[in-house]
Design a protein around this ligand. Structure first.
Ligand code: SF4
Ligand code: SF4
Length: 122
């Protein structure tokens, strides 16, 4: 294929158009990120539905999710913890859960100042 030549005038015109074009980025965190509804952000956990089957933990490829029953078998007190640093947001845990108690939200504000803060309770 013949390579297209870019004349200096063409480049200057493109540069001027870019200066006045709408930016492709936003002024984070002040701009509207307009996250799509089906975005895979922070997971959400519906504890009362959880049956402690641990399928989500078993199928997670990066061992990022942990389910814990702090109660008893008769009176469960279910908690879910996510290591945001490990999670790759594949949503395999969501697909594996037989009770549909895990779902992905469009929360993208997951940055923290220290590694320890990246382990969060869902
Ligand atoms: S989204 Fe993927 S990586 Fe994250 S906890 Fe679920 S299965 Fe694991
Ligand atoms: S797969 Fe669903 S029901 Fe089973 S432990 Fe995980 S969250 Fe609970």
């Amino acid at each position: 294929m013949k390579k297209k030549l870019h004349l200096p005038g063409e480049l200057a015109g493109q540069a001027i158009r870019n200066v006045f074009a709408k930016p492709a980025t936003i002024d984070y965190p002040h701009g509207d990120p307009s996250i799509p509804a089906n975005y895979r952000g922070r997971l959400v956990y519906d504890a009362p539905r959880c049956i402690n089957c641990l399928m989500c933990m078993r199928d997670c490829p990066s061992k990022a999710i942990r389910i814990e029953n702090r109660g008893t078998k008769e009176n469960p007190d279910m908690h879910a913890y996510l290591n945001v640093a490990r999670c790759i947001f594949c949503c395999q845990c969501v697909d594996s859960c037989p009770k549909k108690c895990l779902s992905a939200s469009n929360d993208i504000l997951l940055a923290r100042l220290s590694r320890d803060e990246l382990s969060v309770e869902l």
